[in-house]
Each structure stands twice: as C-alpha cells, then as structure tokens.
Design a protein around this ligand. Structure first.
Ligand SMILES: NC(=O)c1ccc[n+]([C@@H]2O[C@H](COP(=O)([O-])OP(=O)(O)OC[C@H]3O[C@@H](n4cnc5c(N)ncnc54)[C@H](OP(=O)(O)O)[C@@H]3O)[C@@H](O)[C@H]2O)c1
Length: 396
C-alpha cells in the first residue's frame, strides 16, 4: 500500500483548520501544522496545540511573513492545505511563492539522470505546455535518486560479490525512454504536451554553437537520449553486477514516486468562488479567493479547491433560520425567507469531522438535508403556528 501523503496545514489553529488537522491525523496522515510563535502563549490555542500533539501532529513554528519558515515546512510534505482566515486570503500568494521555491516536484533526484525537468535546458521546472525530445525519444535511460545511489554504494562496500566489479544501478522500475517519461508526466499533470522532436544533427549543431555549461548538458543528453548509452549494452556477469538483483530488500524510489507532485488546497471552504453572485461587502473576500485560484492555476501548481458550501458548524439551525443580526437562538415563532425560498442550500459536515460531539442526533440528521427540507422541519416542530415573511420583510 502506498504511504499516506504528508500534510501541512497553514491556519490549523483557526475555526476550520482545527477540524482539518484532527481529521488528517486521525486518518493516519503524517500531519504538520504551521503555528505562529505568538499563538503558543494564547491559553485557548495552547490547549488546542496540546491536543494536536496528543494526536501525533508535528508543530512547526512559522508565519506567512517568514518566507524561510514556510519553505522549510513545505519541503517536508506532499500536500499543503491553507485554512487561513478572511484577512489573510490575499496573503496566500506568499504560500504560492514558498511552494514554488520548495519545488513543485516533491523529490528532485539527480542520480544517473534526473527526470525532474524532463531534460529541458532552459527551464527549472518540468514542462507544462511543450517538451523538446532528443532524437526519436525511444532510447532507454535510467533515473535514480541520490539517496538510492548512496544506499547501494554503502551496501557494496563490504560485499565480496562486488569486489573488482562494476556495480550497475539498472533499477528496473527506473528505466524509461524519453517518450515513456513524457507520457508519465502527461498523466501526472492531466494534459497532453506539444512534442518537438529534435533530430541528432540539430543537437550536434547546438552543442557546437552553445557555451559552457549548456554545451556539456547537451552532449550528455545526446549520449543518453539519442545514443542510449545507459542501456545499449548487456551487463556482463564476469565483470559486473546489478544492484537491485544483489540487494532485493532495498526499497528504491521509483520514477513514478519522485514525479509525485506537491498539491495545494487553498483556503476556500465556502461557495464555489467561480459561481457566486455575492454582493458587497461579502464580494471582495470572494474576489480575493478567485484571484488566488487564478494564480495557482497560472503557476501550474497542482491543486484541489474545496467547496463545502453553507456548512453547518455554527450556521445551523440557529443562524441560518433566524433573522440576520438578531438572536442566534433557533426560531420558534417566525421565519424570514430569502427570495421565494426555492433555491436549494447545502448543509453539510466539515470533511471527515464528526459533529457527534457537538450536536444531538436529530440535528446531525438534518445537517445533511437540503435547506428546503430543513425549513419544513422547522415548521413542523414549532410550538406556535409559523408565520412566514418574505424578504424584504413586510409588517404584519
Ligand atoms: N462556508 C462557511 O460557512 C465558512 C465559515 C467560516 C470560514 N470559511 C472559510 O474557511 C477558511 C478559513 O476561515 P476561518 O474562519 O476558519 O479562519 P480563522 O478562524 O480566522 O483562522 C485563521 C488561521 O490563520 C492563521 N493565521 C493568521 N495569520 C497568520 C499568519 N500571518 N501566518 C500564519 N498563520 C496565520 C491563524 O493563526 P492564529 O491561531 O495564530 O491566529 C488561524 O489558524 C476561509 O477561506 C473562510 O472564508 C467558510
């Protein structure tokens, strides 16, 4: 079974964040929370943090305004969930910048050949639109991480089977042609790339015409991807051994694994920001969420946006069913209905979190019902006959 993703929550001490931290830890994900130092001295939040620690959550000190602390935290994980509050929504660009620096690809292996940029010379990140392919792209190359190179090297030190031999790290799951590597990358990013095939004569010309160090990289890529120098010979047992055969217990990192991508879940947790008709003063907060969405997309950072709609935690039944701004007690006599009351709202649990601790059973039941049904329920339970007012309210 694949290991569970390591999750960092930024804003984990907030209203929504604390539920997500708990859900993550209880689901068995190695869970990290970025906590501001000043928050540790707050007695209420101190208790929350103690609770996190008891669940095995790692507390990392940091702040949106401390870029280095964010990069260091993000480097340790596979998924970043932001649950920062409304005042910090725009500041999520700082998280995006830190994600970019930490690397949009989890592990940047080098080894015999690193696939992290798919051998694109002019870029520091893997391609998202088009890719240059050396030759016909069919020669097989081998990609290994530094960690695995080190592990096998140390294993070989005292092993008589490696004495006076070449130790090849021809790890079977890491042998890919360039075409296969591009296909894998396309699968990971969910879209096809434009492929530009560069013939050998063109590569040799570019090697001659370019400066150091580009000419060296081009020459190495020509050897590996055009000539197939990693794999164009058989391993001769009298003079060589292969590492994964000698040490089958070593769990080496596969290309598939190190092309795994860091994912960002921005702080949304409300209506789908691309589909709201919200007016001011609430509109600007939604606009900021839209801008963050567009920035994440433009940067090519893999994301998931969580639209949990009108969740129930503190809105149901009291706030949603009572006059805005009035008492937060649940209604018993009169109800205000927005518009004609026919649009369906969605009342739901915060993902994975059980409200059992907070609500009695019947409320949990109705938390899962569409809002229109919930209104009917309110009518039935009311001790007095329910008077309906259509909003804006008319005096009766
Ligand atoms: N659908 C709904 O009904 C609904 C309801 C509420 C919220 N939401 C949405 O859920 C998201 C989270 O909102 P929330 O109300 O849960 O937020 P919140 O309670 O205000 O929590 C904000 C979090 O951000 C942290 N934070 C603030 N400034 C920071 C900084 N400079 N560096 C690092 N961390 C910082 C806070 O840490 P400290 O503890 O140190 O202050 C806290 O953990 C928002 O997108 C909001 O719009 C939706």
């Amino acid at each position: 079974m694949a290991a569970k993703s390591r999750i960092l929550i930024i804003g984990g001490t907030g209203i929504i964040g604390k539920f997500i931290v708990e859900a993550s830890a209880k689901a068995g994900h190695p869970t990290y929370v970025l906590v501001r130092k000043s928050t540790l001295s707050n007695p209420d939040k101190g208790k929350l943090i103690e609770n996190f620690k008891n669940l095995g959550v790692a507390i990392l000190h940091g702040d949106l305004d401390d870029h280095e602390s964010m990069v260091n935290a993000i480097k340790q994980v596979d998924v970043v969930i932001s649950t920062v509050g409304p005042p910090q929504l725009a500041e999520q660009v700082k998280i995006i910048a830190a994600i970019k620096e930490a690397g949009s690809v989890k592990k940047l292996g080098k080894g015999q050949k690193s696939p992290n940029k798919l051998a694109q010379m002019e870029t520091t990140a893997p391609p998202r639109d088009k890719v240059r392919i050396f030759g016909d792209g069919n020669a097989k190359a081998i990609f290994n991480t530094e960690e695995d190179i080190a592990t096998y090297t140390i294993r070989a030190v005292d092993d008589p089977r490696t004495l006076n031999k070449i130790l090849y790290l021809s790890l079977p799951k890491n042998i890919y042609s360039f075409n296969e590597l591009v296909a894998l990358w396309e699968k990971k990013i969910g879209k096809p790339l434009e492929k530009i095939y560069v013939p050998e004569e063109q590569i040799l010309k570019e090697i001659k015409e370019s400066q150091f160090p580009l000419n060296v990289f081009l020459a190495l890529n020509h050897s590996v991807f055009v000539k197939g120098d990693h794999t164009n010979f058989a391993i001769e047992p009298s003079v060589a051994v292969e590492a994964s055969e000698l040490y089958p217990d070593v769990k080496y990192t596969t290309v598939e694994e190190y092309l795994h991508q860091l994912r960002f879940i921005p702080s949304e947790f409300g209506s789908d920001v691309d589909h709201t008709h919200v007016v001011e003063p609430a509109k600007s907060g939604f606009d900021t969420k839209v801008q963050i969405r567009r920035t994440v997309e433009a940067e090519g950072i893999p994301y998931t946006s969580v639209s949990c709609n009108y969740f129930a935690g503190y809105f149901l039944p009291a706030t949603a069913l009572s006059e805005p701004g009035a008492s937060t007690a649940a209604l018993r006599d009169e109800i205000i209905i927005f518009g004609d009351g026919n649009f369906k709202g969605i009342a739901e649990e915060i993902p994975y979190y059980s409200f059992l601790q907070q609500f009695s059973t019947w409320k949990i039941h109705y938390l899962r019902l569409p809002m229109s049904l919930l209104l009917l329920f309110g009518r039935r339970r009311s001790a007095n006959p329910l008077r309906k007012s259509i909003f804006p309210r008319t005096k009766s």
